[in-house]
Design a protein around this ligand. Structure first.
Ligand code: TPP
Length: 695
């Protein structure tokens, strides 16, 4: 008997489609998912087969998108967390016409658009790169915040929902604590998350590692939690209606699902709930692929096929979606006509356009720490870059993002009129949320914390680099000069680590990240200019805690004008007559130490020195050969000074000299004492260079 779903609760416009078709379409997804993994001889069929029912209903009944323009800005967003379940996502997107059967056949192959874990591909409906468990659903929190931020400025007419899909692994990942807390605290009722709870993970059943009450955990964070049979279409529909009716909390639908749903063995006996189906083709896991396809109503000889009745149903689904999109576009046109000023601003937000900023007008107190200078710039940007959202992991008064915060208010439940996110002490969450904001579009996320804790953010920074997201990181307390806080708080190897992403190219052939460590306040202004202009990769600003003597302006110039040369990655900050005897290189506060050393070298030994400030080796390497040779002419010895590992400057100095840097972790003491003890003084620069030159 065909059960007709009764349209009972109707906050959302349900697209009529009977339950049997839902089940048939879900089986189709199961077959395609299993077939992809089978053909690739690698992948994860079990989870995908269990999660198919929810995803199918989400896509056919709830997710609003424009089938003809998947990048339509007002679309609902879907963020997958367990990227290993990619076959399920590609398969449902094949039902909507965004992937072909050939695309599915090429799963995990070189050059295919169906990589093992989904990679950002908005035009085909892939909203995020997922794979590192936990980050995908945290991206969703960021997108939901971005949506509320935009709605607060432009109106509820543009509201949309954000859906995410999480699995046992994502729930176990620590980042889920931050995402759950933040979404609950902010009351993000525009966020609906489905938890594919199949009680099985990669190497064991979940019972081997946890017996937590996940529902209670999320309830404690102010989530609306509904537990259902996640393979039952009626229960899924019912839960979705309840979730759509929720106005004050994010919703978690815990769907108890069956790993490998529909799988059978050679004898046709059920082969469900098997850990082995998590991560290998069904045939390797102990099931029969052919019999499973047959069991699910498919043709084992031709598993890469869409059932005709499913194809027909999806044609109707897509037509319904087109109608809804047209209605929304009409509403938008009406709004634009009535609000031309706001409409212009909205377009600029979407294009990521920022007004012309007069950076030269920014003034700093003499000898500012670069973190303080950054705070001044942020304060200057407030009100001009209106789409900027600044966040800090409970350090705004230290990382000086409070330069921005003082002019606005933090987000609170129901109030997104301000522009600041108090992320709490959760650096990784903050970084993944920032990725979600950037993925959503229309906003510019800036996030701050201590540089040493970039370690806590690194997995999300890597994904930002991979996805080419223009997130800006404000990393302060850049070196051992954190002093009394001791070695736990003193970055040493962090700069070398993060600059590896400067050496790594993204898939567009660009350096995957821009990493800037300015030498003084003026360079900090320039670094912010560079950061804002860089729309295609993440940018890091590495900033000092302590005050730094401003570098002197060149004769006839002013410091800001000189510092603009930082846009070349490295430039001559001080020069001598004729060919130098030695070139001194550094970034950050070490540049001013070089000035002290250069004075001693010239006074005491008549050594002619040139000082080069290297805000980014990567950018310098991208300059033409002529410029590079002009700054660092062949044959002149080089001396580098870094409060990081010597390797930080080794790429430039090479065999032509020496880099003096940190060889061990730091120590607890006032920073001036550390400077003396560790050799970060003009006197030591003098001695090192005298030794290098054999004077
Ligand atoms: C951060 C991170 N750690 C480890 C992995 C490797 N991994 C992929 S799936 C998985 C087990 C989680 O399984 P679950 O989320 O329950 O998915 P299912 O078994 O239902 O497919 C692990 C450990 C990963 N992808 N990301």
């Amino acid at each position: 008997m065909v059960f007709k779903f009764q349209r009972t609760v109707h906050k959302t416009d349900l697209i009529p489609m009977d339950i049997k078709i839902h089940q048939r379409a879900a089986d189709n997804i199961r077959i395609l998912s299993a077939a992809m993994v089978e053909k690739a001889k690698s992948g994860h069929p079990g989870g995908a087969m269990g999660g198919a029912d929810y995803l199918e209903i989400l896509y056919s009944r709830y997710l609003n998108f424009d089938p003809d323009d998947m990048a339509w800005p007002l679309r609902d967003r879907f963020f997958l967390d367990p990227g290993h379940m990619s076959p399920m996502l590609y398969s449902v997107l094949a039902l909507t016409g965004h992937y072909t059967m050939d695309d599915l056949r090429n799963f995990r192959q070189w050059g295919s658009i169906t990589p093992g874990h989904p990679e950002l591909n908005v035009s085909r409906g892939i909203e995020n790169t997922s794979g590192p468990l936990g980050q995908g659903h945290t991206n969703a929190v960021g997108a939901a915040i971005a949506e509320r931020f935009l709605v607060a400025r432009f109106g509820e007419w543009m509201a949309h929902r954000t859906y995410s899909f999480i699995s046992d692994g994502g729930v176990q990942e620590e980042i889920s604590q931050g995402a759950g807390r933040m979404a609950g605290y902010l009351g993000l009722s525009n966020l609906i998350m489905f938890y594919d709870s199949n009680d099985i993970q990669l190497s064991s059943e979940t019972a081997v590692v946890t017996d937590e009450d996940t529902a209670k955990k999320y309830e404690a964070w102010n989530w609306h939690v509904i537990t259902i049979d996640g393979n039952d279409p009626r229960q899924i529909l019912d839960a979705m209606e309840k979730a759509h009716g929720e106005t004050g909390r994010p919703t978690l639908i815990i769907g108890k699902t069956i790993m490998g749903k529909g799988a059978v063995d050679e004898n046709g006996q059920p082969f469900e709930r098997q850990t082995s189906t998590h991560g290998m083709p069904l045939s390797s896991a102990g099931a029969s692929f052919e019999k499973t396809v047959a069991n699910l109503g498919g043709d084992p000889k031709n598993p890469f096929a869409i059932f005709p009745e499913v194809e027909e149903a999806y044609r109707k689904v897509l037509d319904e979606k087109r109608k809804k999109v047209a209605e929304k576009k009409k509403a938008q046109a009406g709004w634009e006509k009535a609000n031309p000023g706001l409409a212009k601003k909205y377009r600029e937000f979407l294009e990521g356009r920022v007004p012309e900023i007069d950076f030269s007008a920014i003034t700093h107190k003499p000898g500012s720490p670069t973190r303080g200078a950054s705070g001044v710039v942020l304060s200057h940007l407030f009100g001009q870059v209106e789409q900027m959202i600044v966040a800090s992991a409970d350090l705004s008064n230290s990382d000086k993002t409070d330069g921005f915060l003082k002019k606005t208010t933090p987000f609170t439940r129901g109030d997104f009129s301000g522009s600041f996110l108090q992320a709490g002490v959760s650096e990784l969450t903050m970084a993944a949320v920032a990725n979600g904001m950037a993925l959503h579009g229309g906003v510019i996320p800036v996030i701050g914390t201590f540089f040493v804790f970039s370690d806590y953010m690194k997995p999300a920074v890597r994904l930002a680099a991979l996805m080419e997201l223009p997130v800006r990181y404000v990393w302060t307390h850049d070196a051992f000069r954190v002093g009394e806080d001791g070695p736990t708080h003193q970055p040493v190897e962090q700069e070398a680590q993060i600059r590896l992403l400067e050496h790594l190219k993204n898939h567009h052939g660009k350096r995957a990240m821009m990493v800037l460590r300015p030498a003084d306040a003026a360079e900090t202004t320039v670094a912010w200019k560079m950061a804002l202009e860089n729309n295609t990769t993440p940018t890091a600003l590495i900033l000092s805690r302590q005050g730094i003597r401003d570098l002197p302006a060149r004769p006839g110039s002013d410091r800001y004008t000189d510092a603009l040369q930082a846009t070349f990655g490295a430039y001559i900050a001080r020069d001598c007559e004729g060919t130098p005897d030695v070139i001194l290189l550094a970034s950050g506060s070490e540049v001013s130490t070089l000035f002290e050393g250069a004075d001693l070298l010239e006074e005491k030994r008549g050594v002619k020195t040139r000082i080069v400030s290297v805000i980014s080796e990567g950018i310098f390497r991208d300059q033409d050969r002529g410029y590079q040779d002009m700054v660092l002419p062949a044959g002149v010895p080089l001396f580098g000074l870094t409060a990081g590992l010597p390797v930080t400057l080794q790429g430039l100095v090479g065999e032509r000299g020496k880099v003096f840097g940190m060889e061990s972790f730091g120590f607890s003491a006032p920073y001036q004492v550390l400077d003396e003890k560790l050799g970060f003084t003009g006197q030591n620069v003098f001695e090192q260079v005298v030794g290098l030159l054999g004077l």
